[in-house]
Write a protein that binds this ligand. Structure first.
Ligand code: AP5
Ligand code: ZN
Length: 212
């Protein structure tokens, strides 16, 4: 299955990608994680992307399209993938079609903006593996430490309230049109993502079982 996850910042794409990956054994490609890794390593891509990310803006389409095109050639993704965070603009979706990449399903996780703000305030991410925890909704076993690898849990630079506001605005203006793009191709399914993590996982897996 070749799957795209759509949803506002903090809707739970990364969280559900983990569960879908565990259930269907399909690897995830997260453009946000790839970009954060590039920033951490101080690569040319990272240096270019950082200013956009810190401002809550999208990194230019050409950069992301080139990055995904290379990534999708890797052997790990030849039998299915979950795209988390791409495409985020209609030109990015068109680029995937032009590359001849087949997409089976596009799943939107729908969460109202008010919920997003609370989620972002409590999010903590592992410095090593990038896994998202939440102080209230998904606490680690030991406070401040990743369950998987003992990494330190920190706040993401772009989770400051004013940056979250900018990211939500970008989502509504630039990413929402991607929904219509895939609805026209009859590939879009929507799940309510405002309930707790386990409920959203149940709805997500049910929807995907129905479509696969
Ligand atoms: P990216 O990392 O993709 O950020 P995002 O889309 O804003 O998504 P998030 O990672 O913030 O949230 P999520 O939906 O994965 O939620 P999560 O599961 O963590 O992108 C970052 C930046 O990179 C962009 O701003 C842009 O600059 C750049 N970029 C990336 N891709 C790009 C592209 N294609 N084009 C251009 N630029 C690009 O959950 C959030 C929190 O809530 C967690 O704490 C979690 O534990 C908790 N939670 C999750 N589900 C629930 C639930 N059901 N109930 C309660 N809590 C929950
Ligand atoms: Zn970790």
């Amino acid at each position: 299955m070749n799957l795209i996850l759509l949803g506002a910042p903090g809707a739970g794409k990364g969280t559900q990608a983990e569960n879908i990956c565990a259930h269907f054994h399909i690897p995830t490609i997260s453009t946000g994680n790839m970009l954060r890794e590039a920033v951490k390593n101080g690569t040319k891509l990272g240096l270019e992307a950082k200013a956009y990310m810190d401002a809550g803006k999208l990194v230019p389409d050409a950069v992301l399209v080139g990055m995904i095109q290379e990534k999708l050639k890797e052997p790990a993704y030849q039998n299915g993938f979950i795209l988390d965070g791409f495409p985020r603009t209609v030109p990015q979706a068109e680029a995937l079609d032009q590359m001849g990449v087949r997409i089976d399903t596009v799943l939107e996780i729908d969460v109202p903006d008010e919920r997003i703000v609370a989620r972002m305030a409590g999010r903590r991410v592992c410095e090593i593996c990038g896994t998202s925890y939440h102080t209230e909704y998904r606490p680690p076993k030991t406070e401040g430490i990743c369950d998987a690898d003992g990494g330190r849990l920190v706040q993401r630079a772009d989770d400051a309230p004013e940056t979250v506001k900018a990211r939500l605005e970008v989502y509504h203006t630039q990413t929402e049109p991607v929904k219509a793009y895939y609805a026209k191709q009859d590939k879009l399914s929507v799940v309510e993502g405002q309930e707790d993590i386990a409920d959203t996982t149940r709805l997500t897996l049910q929807t995907l079982e129905g479509r696969s």
